[in-house]
Design a protein around this ligand. Structure first.
Ligand code: MN
Length: 182
């Protein structure tokens, strides 16, 4: 029952995909995922992304997920890690804006290892520049901050998580086995 959302989120301009999963696990959080090198680089964001550049949202790096997982919605059964309901909160494409001091683009996978990346999101809820910066030691469950860039798409008043109350609620989807969690 994995829904294919590609019809609704057709990539523009050859950009790579991003997805934000709303994950109603033991603790509700949002999984921010960027396609890079054929996988989804992933961070768990307890409070979710903000459109306000003043909000610094903690983002815990989690394991890379298979690219196909970008389309996943469903329920991770009790007893498995991440048990709970996963829905797609937002999805679209992104452009990599990460550059070195000489202005040369740093590929996202490499930038993720280096500890800083800048992306421009073309989503439905999330639009504009976002920066991800590692604030703790590399390795394991790294601590990062996800921050909206102060561009024309920044919004200091609108909280996209609160302005979209129609998100699918836990319990509305049928149980199904899933090969991957997190
Ligand atoms: Mn998760």
């Amino acid at each position: 029952m994995v829904r294919n959302r590609r019809a609704n989120h057709s990539p523009r301009g050859g950009g790579r995909r991003f997805v934000v999963h709303e994950h109603a696990a033991r603790r509700l959080h949002y999984d921010f995922r960027l396609e890079a090198d054929g996988v989804l680089k992933s961070w768990a964001v307890p409070r979710g992304p903000s459109a306000n550049p003043r909000d610094k949202r903690l983002a815990i790096r989690t394991e890379d997920h298979p690219l196909e997982y970008a389309d996943f919605e469903g329920t991770i059964p009790e007893g498995q890690y991440g048990a709970g309901t996963v829905t797609i909160w937002d999805a679209g494409t992104y452009d990599n804006l990460t550059k070195d001091n000489a202005g040369t683009e740093i590929p996202v996978a490499e930038a993720t290892e280096r500890g800083h990346l800048a992306v421009f999101l073309h989503g439905h809820e999330l639009i504009g520049g976002y920066a991800l910066t590692r604030i703790g030691p590399p390795g394991g469950r790294e601590r990062w901050l996800l921050v909206k860039e102060a561009d024309r798409y920044a919004d200091r008043t609108n909280d996209p998580l609160r302005s979209k109350p129609e998100s699918v609620r836990p319990g509305r989807l049928n149980d199904e086995p899933t090969p991957s969690t997190g």
